[in-house]
Design a protein around this ligand. Structure first.
Ligand SMILES: [Zn+2]
Length: 71
């Protein structure tokens, strides 16, 4: 666990209803977007990219992506 990680943004995503988070210095990535409800995450190299991804976890959280195809 990287001691430098910082939670920068946490908000409820309108499209999925899940809580999404923006972290700085998470694991080996400078920025990381996380779907807090499902644990899905993806790394980014700059904050602008990360913020762009943050609002639509259905494009990067495996659980949000597959929500309609359970079982
Ligand atoms: Zn999700």
């Amino acid at each position: 666990m990287n001691v430098g990680e910082q939670l920068k943004v946490e908000r409820k995503c309108r499209s999925t209803g899940t809580v999404v988070q923006l972290w700085k210095d998470f694991d080996d990535m400078p920025w990381m977007t996380v779907c807090a409800d499902h644990g899905g995450c993806v790394g980014h190299y700059n904050r602008r990219d990360a913020e762009g991804w943050l609002s639509h976890p259905e494009d990067w959280c495996p659980t949000c992506m597959g929500e309609e195809e359970e079982g």
